[in-house]
Write a protein that binds this ligand. Sequence first.
Ligand SMILES: [Zn+2]
Length: 256
Amino acid sequence: MTSRLLPHGEPAAYFTFPSLTAVGLPHVTTTRHCPGIVSFAEPIAPEAPRAPFRPEAAAVLGSAGLELGRVSYARQVHGADAAQAPARGGFAGSVDLLVTGERRVPLAIFTADCLAIVLYDPTAQVLGLAHVGWRGTVRGATQAAVRVVGELGARAGALRVAIAPSIGPCCYEVDEPVTTEFASAFGERWTAWARPSRPGHVMLDLWTANETLLTEAGVAPASVDNPRLCTACHPELLYSYRKGSRGRLVTVAALP
Ligand SMILES: [Zn+2]
């Protein structure tokens, strides 16, 4: 499913997904115009266990129904490990998957080209957020995300999934170190997610790859919302690490 993201503010400080709003999930993906979001110059680590938001962010995210006082976040390491968010929020560990069954505990995933994937079962009231780049895709982070929300009671067939703005196949050229890992993780079928560009290079489609992996894990194709908004194509609005940005976008969601 492809929907248009709904912008909030002028210029837009954040987007929401109409498909998630329709099922009552408070959430945002910020743009470069949202104040108070840490950049890559400020590492997220257990040694500095403060939430990676400055005070200016609280008002903006509060307007979306997200209470930053209980926000949970991780040191993201391009893996496939998960942590349950502490009930009071705070640092959840060095993981790329955050899950919760606790109401009003926002989960935050920071990106600048990688995919942030929201998984929500409105019936079971279980929420997961995943950080998935090419390494996470190869390591099975997407399938792991479906599995860990399942351990909290979510049914794959009931999940509503959204993929935040991230780098698209229009702009994501990779070469042999990456293609070798895809071939070893997925065999021949990874070539369906790539289009040759220059010799030794392909344009990689992480969107289609992860949509496929989600549906193979039992998510209904019509329940995967990907607006296909490319970070590298929209430097005036988004941050792209590939395009030299050191700022981060953040996707935040909380059970109502
Ligand atoms: Zn692009």
